[in-house]
Design a protein around this ligand. Structure first.
Ligand code: FAD
Length: 349
């Protein structure tokens, strides 16, 4: 991202996000205007960029946002995941209908892909079923958590016709038969506009089908889907390191005796960044290489948010302190599909 664009991004974060971070954390406030502003200012546009260029630029947006508020950065990630589906669909009509509005932030979107990701990894059954019908499909079932949703938002999902056939679709939240129930009783990340989504015979016209081969399509979009997650962890880690540095002189520098120090954490961040550079220097983004980096980032994030709690002492133990928020966000990152346990099974099982 150019220096000028980075400055514009920082201004948007400063004006549209920073003042609301506490509200996002304590009142489940959804920073929708921030997301819309990013779109308005062209930060989701892929125009005149190669795939690698736009992914790298969008990773910067996720990381810079996560340094201030990972909950909102997660919403950015949800939108980028949905964008990835529409950018990669072979259905030109759907792409034409949705892509410009998604890239301008006029339509915001989420993704219900954690269940299918787990399904294809042999961890659980598919939650949604699809019955072919005149002009489309009828969908039934429940997705327990889909984030970055609202009345006029859309989200991607996968439904099974039978054991061997699954379709991937995108649907507006206000579709008949689709019920959304808000979820705000999580340990953290409640400002992520997360809903349980119940489908009762929801008609999905063929025009909203992203692919009739969900498994093949997921293999195509998976590298970008996962790559965009890594800066969520890196942003929180860097914010944790900064918070540790701010308090290093307290109590006569007693914090220097703690096991985890900023230098070690910084080295690990740099090592992950180097690995990402190597991944991006190849011809194609390799899914397993990226999965290994996400796993490493997940463990590093947990280490960093815990270190920040220890360095900040009782000031960090206040319920709505930034260190406490990051600790709760860090645990969410570890449980964001593919979770640590899913990645461990996939890479080392
Ligand atoms: C705040 C938040 C936002 C999320 N947003 C999205 C999203 O946008 N899109 C998306 O696809 N996924 C979303 N997820 C799901 C997430 O990506 C992971 O899939 C999930 O957190 C990983 O959990 P898990 O693998 O342990 O499986 P789980 O889904 O937690 O399931 C593991 C087992 O626990 C059971 N279980 C689950 N919840 C409960 C409960 N409350 N009480 C008792 N048993 C339970 C399940 O039935 C299952 O048998 C979200 C999760 C959270 C917490």
């Amino acid at each position: 991202m150019t220096i000028n664009r980075t400055a514009v991004l920082q201004t948007i974060i400063e004006e549209q996000l920073k003042p609301y971070v506490k509200k996002v954390d304590t009142e489940a406030f959804y920073a929708e205007n921030f997301l819309r502003k990013l779109g308005e200012e062209g930060f989701f546009s892929s125009e005149n960029k190669t795939v690698k260029e736009y992914i790298l630029d969008e990773m910067v947006i996720v990381k810079e946002t996560a340094k201030v508020c990972m909950t909102t950065a997660f919403c950015v990630w949800c939108h980028l995941a949905a964008l990835t589906y529409v950018r990669n669909t072979k259905k030109d009509g759907l792409k034409k209908q949705l892509l410009p509005s998604l890239e301008k932030g006029e339509i915001l979107a989420g993704t219900g892909l954690s269940n299918p990701m787990k399904f294809y990894a042999g961890l659980e059954k598919l939650h949604l079923s699809a019955k072919p019908t005149q002009g489309g499909y009828t969908i039934s079932g429940v997705l327990p958590s889909v984030s970055n949703l609202g009345e006029d938002h859309w989200f991607g999902f996968v439904a099974g016709i039978n054991e061997n056939e699954q379709i991937m679709c995108i649907v507006p939240c206000n579709t008949k038969g689709l019920k959304l129930k808000e979820k705000v009783d999580y340990l953290g990340v409640n400002g992520s506009a997360t809903y349980a989504c119940s489908f009762t015979d929801v008609f999905i016209p063929n025009e909203w089908v992203l692919s009739e081969d969900a498994k093949g399509f997921i293999e195509e979009i998976r590298p970008a889907f996962l790559t965009y997650q890594i800066p969520l962890g890196l942003g929180v880690t860097q914010a944790s390191i900064s918070s540790i540095e701010i308090v290093c002189q307290r109590q006569n520098g007693c914090n220097q005796f703690l096991n985890e120090q900023p230098e070690d954490l910084k080295e690990k961040v740099e090592s992950i960044q180097k690995k990402l550079e190597i991944i991006f220097s190849g011809d194609r983004l390799n899914w397993k290489d990226i999965a290994a980096v996400k796993l490493e980032t997940s463990y590093l994030t947990l280490k960093a948010v815990q270190a920040s709690m220890l360095h900040n002492g009782s000031a960090g133990y206040i319920q709505d302190s930034p260190a406490s928020r990051r600790l709760r966000e860090g645990y969410f990152f570890a449980n964001l599909a593919p979770t640590i346990k899913h990645l461990e099974k996939m890479l080392n099982g």
